[in-house]
Design a protein around this ligand. Structure first.
Ligand code: BTN
Length: 260
C-alpha cells in the first residue's frame, strides 16, 4: 500500500518504521525517540491504528484508508533546522500550515482552513488533527503526530464524529494515492519547519488568510476557565488573540468553540 522506497528517496526522513498495524504511531514514536543510534527525522507509519490518540483524553478515529503517521524531529540534528525549546509551541502551527498547503495541492479548489491550535478543516469539517508531544526520555526531540482523513469515508465514522469529520475522498469522489499524499505532506513539513527554525515563518501573516476563527466570537476553554471574545488571529509566538470584555488576551492552549 505504501511505497516506502519512494518515501525514503523523495523526502527528508532519515529512517522509516512501518507497521501494518499499531495501537498509536505517536506512542511508538515516543518509545523510539530515546533509542541509541536513532536517525531523525524518523517516520513512524501504520496502515491501521487501533488506539489513535487525540489531544487531551480524546481518541482519534482511524478509519480504513486514513493516513496516520508520526515524525520524530531533533532540536539540532538536521542541517539548517534548529527547533529550540522556545519554538516548540509553534511546531504544531507550522505543521498545520504545511498540511493545509499540501492538501491544497491535492484538492486545489477545496475550502481548506486552519482552526487554532492544530486542526485543518475542509469545507467546514475536520480533515486533519495534529498531536505534538515531547518524549520524557528525549526532551530535546519532538514527536509530531498527524492524522489525515484521506480515503476513509466519513459516513463510516462513529456517530459522535460523523457530522464533524470529512475526508479527501468525500469531497473529490475518488481514491487518493496515500504515498503521494504523504510525500507532499512530508515535503511541505520540511519547508515549514525549516522556515520556523530560521525564524522566517511569519506565522501571523501566513495563518491569517486561512484562520477560521478570525473575526468570530469564540469561547476558549482551558481547564475550568472559559473566556469569550472576538478572535484577532494569532501572534508571532503562536498565541491566540482574543479581544475580551477585560481587554486583549493571549492564550497558548485550550479548546475553542464558536460562541455565535
Ligand atoms: C487531535 O485532533 O486531537 C489530534 C489527533 C492526532 C491523531 C494522530 S493519528 C497519528 C498520530 N498517532 C496518534 O495516536 N495520534 C496522532
Amino acid at each position: 500500500m505504501f511505497d516506502l522506497d519512494r518515501i525514503r528517496c523523495e523526502t527528508f526522513v532519515e529512517q522509516v518504521e512501518f507497521r501494518p498495524e499499531l495501537a498509536s504511531t505517536n506512542s511508538l514514536a515516543l518509545e523510539l525517540s530515546a533509542a541509541v543510534g536513532l536517525r531523525t527525522p524518523l517516520l513512524v507509519l501504520a496502515e491501521k491504528q487501533t488506539a489513535g490518540r487525540g489531544r487531551g483524553t480524546n481518541r482519534w478515529w482511524s478509519g480504513d484508508g486514513a493516513l496516520m503517521f508520526s515524525l520524530v524531529v531533533d532540536s539540532s540534528g538536521m542541517a539548517g533546522m534548529e527547533l529550540s525549546v522556545e519554538r516548540r509551541p509553534q511546531i504544531s502551527l507550522a505543521t498545520g500550515l504545511a498540511v493545509r498547503e499540501a492538501l491544497a495541492q491535492v484538492l486545489p479548489a477545496a475550502g481548506l482552513g486552519l482552526k487554532w491550535p492544530n486542526d485543518v478543516y475542509l469545507n467546514s469539517r475536520k480533515v486533519c488533527g495534529i498531536l505534538t508531544e515531547v518524549p520524557h526520555r528525549a526532551p530535546h526531540r519532538s514527536v509530531i503526530g498527524i492524522g489525515v482523513n484521506v480515503n476513509n469515508p466519513s459516513a463510516m465514522a462513529p456517530s459522535e464524529v460523523r457530522g464533524l469529520a470529512v475526508s479527501l475522498r468525500d469531497v473529490s469522489g475518488r481514491e487518493h494515492d496515500l504515498t503521494d499524499v504523504l510525500v507532499r505532506l512530508l515535503r511541505q513539513i520540511e519547508t515549514e519547519l525549516s522556515l520556523l527554525a530560521r525564524d522566517d515563518l511569519d506565522l501571523p501573516g501566513r495563518w491569517r488568510p486561512y484562520c477560521i476563527l478570525q473575526g468570530r466570537i469564540v469561547s476558549l476553554t482551558a481547564g475550568s476557565r472559559v473566556t469569550t471574545g472576538l478572535c484577532a488571529g494569532i501572534d508571532a509566538k503562536g498565541a491566540l488573540l482574543l479581544h475580551t470584555e477585560a481587554g486583549p488576551q493571549r492564550f497558548f492552549g485550550g479548546t475553542v468553540t464558536f460562541a455565535s
